[in-house]
Write a protein that binds this ligand. Structure first.
Ligand code: GLU
Length: 340
């Protein structure tokens, strides 16, 4: 028995003995009750999962994953809890620092964190980063007020734009696109750095002309922006975007289908990344095995938990957008399930 546990027990027993002196049965009951509270706690493994703002899709995605894991808590002893965070880049930094065990992150920033490129050049490669699976596509989404005269991404020049909070994936991906176009923040007449949860309101109260979000669809935030006021989804396409897609494995062409949001009756053409789930080698194989198993063994239930999951297939989730090596726990499950 570990020394610490012995110490705790002997201290407790002394108290119990003093308290139970007149009655041996009471002593026995108190000791058993104490052990009952001690044992499950010492066996439990807590894992934290970083997501994004509460009106995005990461947050309910993390909630769905943890819900499936926690359903079988009695069998595996793992307790999963979700945290709302600033988004992908925040999650990758927090995982590196050991402040989060897992995170939902964009495939482009997963790539850069693992390779130590772009925003992660100073920190260097995180060779402990591991992927679990990819989830759903995240089109780079620009929503503009209908009265702002914005019909394409290039019309954002000179406008009031919410570029997103530092730490969010959309802010970082927007900066890549701006760099490709040779733009700086001075190309906008006003720049705000609101978190995703606040930007729809800012759009509809007229504080900004456009907002940017890399997000799965349908998303609560975009729904709010397109139902609370007249606003439209804007194309992000053209030769420069095509070049970005061609040169970077983590970008794809993306379409936001017509009719998904009010005010957008034609397809919106843009580019996109993938939402992926990552962790680190610091989390034990068995823990990740159980987490991946919980999602994949209840796959039909999982797909019903958010409309952005409706078209998911297991094969694609194991294959797409995973730049970091698979975590050994995920690999074990996928091999066992015949998915690798
Ligand atoms: N893609 C966004 C990010 O990486 C978050 C999207 C969401 O919250 O659903 O920060």
């Amino acid at each position: 028995m570990p020394q610490l546990l012995k110490d705790v027990l002997s201290r407790h027993f002394i108290h119990a003995v003093v308290w139970a002196k007149p009655n041996v049965n009471a002593f026995f009951i108190a000791s058993v009750a104490f052990l009952g509270t001690l044992l499950p706690a010492s066996a439990a493994q807590f894992v934290t999962l970083g997501t994004g703002g509460v009106t995005g899709v990461y947050y309910p995605t993390g909630g769905s994953i943890c819900r499936l894991v926690n359903k079988n808590r009695k069998e595996h002893g793992i307790r999963c809890s979700v945290e709302s965070t600033g988004g992908s880049v925040f999650n990758l930094n927090a995982i590196r620092d050991g402040d989060l065990d897992m995170g939902v992150v964009q495939s482009d920033w997963q790539f850069h964190a693992f390779h130590g490129t772009n925003l992660f050049a100073d920190a260097g490669p995180n060779d402990q980063l591991r992927s679990l699976f990819s989830i759903y596509p995240e089109p780079f989404t620009v929503v503009a007020r209908a009265d702002a005269g914005i019909a394409s991404f290039d019309d954002l020049k000179g406008k009031r734009v919410n570029v997103g909070n530092p730490g969010s994936g959309q802010r970082a991906t927007l900066e890549v696109l701006m760099e490709a176009k040779g733009w700086t923040m001075d190309d906008f007449s006003l720049v705000s750095e609101l978190k995703s949860g606040a930007q729809s309101k800012a759009l509809c109260t007229g504080q900004i002309d456009a907002m940017v979000f890399a997000v799965g669809h349908p998303s609560g935030s975009v729904k709010e922006a397109t139902t609370s006021c007249d606003s439209v989804l804007v194309d992000v396409s053209g030769p420069l975007v095509d070049k970005l897609i061609e040169e970077n494995e983590y970008y794809r062409k993306a379409i936001i289908p017509a009719g998904l949001y009010s005010g957008s009756n034609t397809d919106t053409k843009t580019f996109g990344v993938g939402a992926t789930l990552v962790s680190t080698t610091a989390v034990p194989e068995e823990v990740i095995y159980q987490i991946v198993k919980a999602v994949f063994e209840s796959f039909d239930d999982f797909k019903r938990l958010h409309p952005a999951f409706a078209n998911l297939t297991k094969k694609e989730m194991v294959r797409d957008g995973l730049s970091a090596p698979l975590h050994p726990g995920a690999r074990r499950y996928f091999l066992e399930a015949g998915l690798l």
